[in-house]
Design a protein around this ligand. Structure first.
Ligand code: GSH
Length: 292
């Protein structure tokens, strides 16, 4: 079982909460349904199709054809995505964005990491303490890559993975690299949407991670023509979205192509919605709010 992250340890010690203690189970509507490019600085390339499969939306939301008797149609199990702080939890953002891209009709189940009873509940939902964790049709899926792969299976038309086999393999490779790597970037530049540190001094180890990420982006944008990493929006953009937020928070210098890509991601309606909610979060985690 993984040890709690510094964020959760900090929350326990400081008594602050990473998210409201009460659950805010909001119904989430697909935000990627509209053409994201239409509202983004670079408007080319196809928008991801959100059209959820029956399995992904109608069944999940428990909807049934008008006129049918409720007794004849048992309510479908609720679809929920368990998350923690929208300001600090980069993995929550990735999982949430993927669910939106897949057009999933889900409720958010936001848990505070510092309450023992809530942590016990989280443990029931995922065999790790980690978020995000998706509950869909009575199945529990945790770990962001597993969630992304599952969403691709239930809503293949949403394009979380590219159609072309070579591009799909490339996409999985860079998602995997994000999932298992860049530890220096994560620890030195933690996601903190509310914060801004102009002139932030990046240490060498984190700078090497930044260079690698920028090289990945440049290669994708050149190979697939943008505006997203694989042309249309894919799982890879969700995996790297928190990096765009970190680059803004810590004032990381970017070349024109990667700057345009970051602006595209950060101006996406779903990301804007997430960031607005993050900024509304009242609580702060001291360890992640150090003065630089
Ligand atoms: N490999 C996991 C990483 C998830 C992760 O580290 N989540 C953090 C939040 S960003 C977490 O749940 N930490 C435990 C805690 O805060 O108690 C995934 O891909 O989902």
């Amino acid at each position: 079982m993984p040890a709690p992250t510094s964020a959760s340890r900090s929350a326990s010690r400081s008594g602050t909460k990473a998210a409201p203690a009460s659950r805010s189970a909001k119904s989430a509507k697909p935000a990627v349904a509209k053409s994201p490019a239409a509202e983004a600085p670079v408007a080319k390339g196809p928008a991801p199709k959100p059209a959820p499969s029956k399995s992904a939306s109608a069944k999940a939301s428990g909807s049934r054809p008008a006129g049918t008797k409720s007794s004849a149609t048992p309510a479908a199990p609720k679809t929920t995505l368990t998350l923690s702080s929208k300001n600090y939890s980069s993995w929550s953002l990735r999982g949430w964005l993927m669910c939106r891209m897949a057009g999933l009709d889900f409720a958010e189940d936001r848990l505070s990491a510092d309450d023992p009873s809530i942590r016990a509940e989280l443990l029931l939902q995922s065999s790790s303490f980690l978020v995000p964790s998706l509950t869909h049709e009575g199945r529990r899926i945790w770990d962001t890559l597993a969630i992304g792969e599952y969403l691709h299976e239930i809503a293949p038309e949403a394009g979380l993975l590219p159609k072309d086999q070579a591009a799909r393999a490339h996409c999985r490779s860079i998602c995997g690299e994000m999932h298992s790597g860049f530890a220096n970037l994560r620890s030195a530049l933690p996601m903190n949407i509310k914060a801004h540190h102009p002139g932030f001094k990046v240490w060498t180890g984190a700078q090497a991670d930044i260079e690698r990420i920028l090289a990945i982006w440049r290669e994708c944008l050149k190979t697939y023509g943008g505006p997203y990493l694989f042309g249309a929006m894919s799982m890879a953009d969700a995996m790297y979205a928190p990096v765009c937020s970190r680059f803004t928070t810590y004032d990381v210098k970017l070349d024109p192509a990667t700057k345009v890509y970051c602006a595209l991601i950060l101006s996406h309606p779903a990301i804007r919605e997430w960031s607005a909610a993050a900024k509304e979060e009242p609580d702060e985690l001291e360890e992640l709010d150090v003065e630089f």
